[in-house]
Design a protein around this ligand. Structure first.
Ligand code: SF4
Length: 376
């Protein structure tokens, strides 16, 4: 039987760098789009893994894939289609509301993309400007309408909270505006201020006022309450979906299913081995027979594999099943982690029911603390 795998394609370009962003993406490299497309196609055509796999999810992320001409994205997808792609595969492209229109979305839909992930972030222009985003609140509604007109019926909206200058009222308005568009999925992340970004520098200088920790938590609870009222159930720490519209590609990450990454900085997990592609765009563009573009190649040990099952699986509200753990690792969940699980249960951070262990609402608030417990 062929291995079922996901495919990730990294597009490392954006029109402008957002002030909080530390993702591997660059602005002002438009002159490299075609060469990059050719290099990704070369890597896909020479994949050792794809010919022996059945692909059931594809995800074009970035960066902002849609700053590239849609025909380039279509061409890359066409090269993925030369392999076995399962009927009904989920095929996602990320987009910025300011980088798509009806025509470009029509080309992408026709090429085979069937899920669109729009980086909406907030519904207030002053917040979008503050973040350095290229779009306005009107652009979000326009992009959403254009996507629906182009026949995308599986749309995700990415939102962010705990933004500098953001009030609770504005966050609630953002949630309501987003949910009232009837998307199949919403991701809602609390802003992390990363070193090396403009926000990181401003924060260090005391020039960035953000909601405090208590308000951050209230914003988090508001997301679950409001989105739940629109039928978007909370299935992962930061993700909400209509039943059956959970992001199948991301679930692979949380369930340790295989995926192969293409393009600079992409990550892969296949045959119990993890690796990352090189960061250098210049080197990647020179890809050729025998090029060494994979770095940090690590065979996952049995101990690491069990730890991953816990700290990735517990991100999902359904948690980790005892049976799945035994199937994956040949040993009982409680034999390995009985002590930690008991400690977390005593603190009210985890619960156990119907053969599964999972985080409680309190546990989700301090999930990083819980995850670290499973690394000891
Ligand atoms: S659009 Fe996304 S990837 Fe690009 S700079 Fe902004 S946050 Fe980063």
């Amino acid at each position: 039987m062929m291995n079922r795998t996901g495919v990730y394609v990294h597009i490392p370009f954006c029109r402008k760098k957002c002030l909080y962003c530390d993702f591997p993406s660059q602005a002002g490299r438009d002159g490299h789009f075609e060469a990059y497309k050719d290099a990704v196609v070369y890597e896909i055509d020479h994949s050792a893994e794809l010919p022996v796999s059945e692909i059931d999810t594809v995800f074009f992320g970035g960066g902002t894939p849609t700053v590239m001409p849609p025909i380039f994205l279509a061409e890359i997808l066409e090269h993925i289609f030369q392999y076995a792609v399962a009927p009904g595969a989920e095929i996602t492209v990320e987009a910025n509301p300011g980088s798509v229109d009806r025509e470009s979305l029509r080309v992408l839909r026709k090429a085979g993309f069937n899920r669109l992930s729009l980086g909406a972030q907030a519904w207030q222009d002053h917040l979008l400007r503050r973040m350095g985003r290229i779009h306005s609140a009107d652009d979000i509604a326009r992009a959403y309408e254009a996507a629906a007109a182009a026949d995308f019926d599986n749309i995700n909206l990415d939102l962010m909270f705990s933004l500098p200058g953001q009030s609770m009222e504005e966050w609630i308005e953002t949630l309501r505006m987003a949910a009232s568009l009837n998307p199949a999925h919403i991701s809602a992340y609390s802003l992390t201020v990363e070193e090396g970004t403009v926000f990181g520098r401003l924060f260090g200088e005391g020039g960035l006022q953000r909601p405090d920790e208590d308000e951050d938590r209230l914003m988090y609870y508001a997301a679950s309450d409001i989105l739940g009222a629109y039928g978007l159930y909370h299935y992962e720490i930061s993700n909400y979906a209509l039943k059956g519209r959970e992001c199948r590609h991301n679930i692979k990450y949380w369930k340790r299913a295989p995926y192969i990454g293409f393009g600079t900085d992409s990550h892969s997990f296949y045959d119990n081995t993890r690796w990352r592609n090189i960061h250098s765009l210049e080197k990647y563009l020179c890809i050729a027979e025998g090029s060494d573009i994979r770095e940090e190649i690590n065979r996952v040990t049995k101990k690491e594999a069990m730890e991953e099952t816990m700290f990735l699986g517990l991100r999902l509200n359904e948690g980790v099943s005892e049976e799945g753990f035994r199937r994956a690792h040949g040993v009982g969940l409680f034999e390995i982690y009985g002590g930690v699980i008991q400690k977390m249960r005593n603190s009210g951070l985890m619960e156990q029911a119907e053969g599964r262990v999972f985080l409680t609402a309190k546990g989700r608030d301090v999930s990083n603390y819980v995850f670290i417990e499973f690394l000891i």
